[in-house]
Design a protein around this ligand. Structure first.
Ligand code: NDP
Length: 280
């Protein structure tokens, strides 16, 4: 199965389907299964892994660290700094700690988890320093609405933002009104988080289930195929279960038809006016 790829603004190509890690590393009992699930996902082409220092208080990064041992060169690692730590002094310190937990010398993409208390210009400068020093490959943001993005790109170095990681799935399409077009017009890829609806709300969705029947697929796979349909979005479903990881990777083969897309539009119309960015 060929995994479609998306090009980041710095020219690096990453798989359109990656793997999320929120709620991993919470208990010792689930650690082994989570490591195995991530490794299986990597073998199936989902070689982009998204994590954050906030997940399980660093526990998710430790799970990723275990999963990637001996595979690091094949992977694209994304982690996120807690906004409280995104200052001139705090950001390099947080990065060092994430690198230690991840057992690597390099984070490929380092994101500001959400807009926070420190001046954005200070955060951008600190990101740029980390990149110039080779500790990170690129930086970006998460949970930034259109006005936040506009303000960011006005700052010195702000135009180097590689991505905005945002909530996006068939039930939550608010970004389509202006944020997605804004990013597209600047050739900036987005990362869709909670592409399965986070709590499983899309897993038995009747519209997606019906479409799935035409592709010999389940609703979750239709949701994932939908999330990467434009060729410029990276989608990061989380799963700690082997069968689910296999299903998620197999979603890369599904080509939704015009009829399928129209059915989703009818059930979940794209917004006709600005709505505030939905966040989790
Ligand atoms: P998802 O939409 O990825 O849904 C995850 C849930 O779906 C889990 O309960 C998982 O259970 C289940 N699941 C996964 N695959 C299948 C399948 N094939 N069949 C049935 N159930 C399935 O939610 P998340 O909120 O975790 O979002 C994905 C990732 O995005 C996060 O893990 C995180 O990395 C990132 N994120 C970033 C945020 C930000 O603020 N930047 C906010 C939220 C998420 P199981 O493990 O048992 O398979």
């Amino acid at each position: 199965m060929t995994m479609p790829h998306v090009k980041l603004p710095n020219g690096v190509s990453v798989p359109a389907l990656g793997q999320g890690t929120w709620y991993m590393g919470e208990t010792a009992a689930s650690a082994k299964a989570e490591v195995t699930a991530l490794q299986t996902g990597i073998e199936l082409g989902m070689t982009l892994i998204d994590t954050a220092e906030a997940y399980a208080d660093g526990g998710a990064e430790k799970i990723v660290g275990q999963a990637i041992a001996e595979r690091r060169d094949k992977l694209f690692l994304v982690s996120k700094v807690h906004p409280q730590n995104a200052s001139a002094m705090g950001l390099p310190r947080a990065c060092t700690q994430s690198l230690r937990r991840l057992q690597t010398e390099h984070i490929d993409l380092y994101l500001l988890h959400w807009p926070g208390p420190h001046p954005l210009a200070e955060t951008v400068e600190a990101f740029e320093r980390l990149r110039d020093a080779g500790h990170i490959g690129a930086w970006g943001v998460s949970n930034f609405d259109t006005d936040d993005m506009a303000a960011l790109t006005q700052l010195p170095g702000g135009g180097n933002c590689a991505t905005n990681q945002i909530l996006y799935n068939p039930e939550t399409r608010s970004i389509e009104f202006d944020l997605l077009p804004w990013c597209r017009s600047r050739s900036m890829s987005i990362m869709a988080y909670s592409p399965l609806g986070h709590t499983g709300s899309l897993l038995h969705n009747p519209t997606l289930t019906e479409i799935g029947k035409r592709h010999n697929a389940i609703a979750a796979q239709v949701a994932l195929a939908w999330s990467i349909r434009d060729g410029a979005t990276i989608s990061i479903p989380k799963s700690g279960s082997l069968p689910h990881v296999r299903e998620n990777a197999a979603a890369a083969r599904i080509q939704l038809t015009t009829e399928d897309l129209a059915a989703i539009d009818a059930a979940y119309p794209s917004p006709r006016r600005k709505q505030p960015l939905a966040v989790l």
